[in-house]
Design a protein around this ligand. Structure first.
Ligand SMILES: [Zn+2]
Ligand SMILES: [Zn+2]
Length: 154
């Protein structure tokens, strides 16, 4: 939820096809396959490169892990995916979505389980901190490192 006084700059507003053409780079069939996988599973799912590799293999698409890493990075640069850095678990990727803009993550440091939450207070804190020193706010996100119930009981 964006605050009315500080609408965040959003480079994700362009629909898929428009974005691709404006960007001027052709999406290869492999890149499209990766993006389609994220679109199929929908917003709010957080996949590692290994997850993507595994799912594509199950769909009988032979794409090397190295290609998937490059593709994911490119799709992040193009604004289609959002990258989430986890301290222990590496990187997770999720679909950028207008329905689902400013959200935060609770990440289990042991198994990587990732849950989302929304917080008006986090957005507020970011806005106040930025305004105080004259920064223009783009986004405020919070990643919380934690242990999930399953990992706590182990
Ligand atoms: Zn998320
Ligand atoms: Zn866990």
């Amino acid at each position: 939820m964006a605050l009315p006084s500080a609408k965040p700059f959003n480079r994700f507003e362009a629909p898929l096809e428009v974005g691709l053409h404006q960007d001027g780079r052709r999406l290869t069939p492999q890149r499209r396959k990766v993006l389609e996988l994220f679109e199929r599973i929908g917003a709010g799912m957080h996949l590692s490169a290994e997850d993507v590799h595994h799912q594509l293999l199950e769909a009988r698409s032979r794409v090397s892990l190295a290609t998937i890493y490059r593709t994911l990075r490119l799709l992040v640069q193009m604004g289609f995916l959002h990258e989430l850095e986890l301290s222990e678990g590496g990187h997770r990727f999720e679909l950028s979505s207008d329905d689902h803009p400013d959200h935060h993550h609770l990440v289990c440091v042991r198994c990587g389980r990732t849950e989302e939450f929304e917080s008006e207070q986090v957005l507020q804190a970011g806005r106040i901190a930025a305004e105080r020193i004259g920064f223009h706010l783009i986004e405020s996100t919070l990643n919380v490192r934690a242990l999930c119930p399953t990992c706590q009981s182990q």
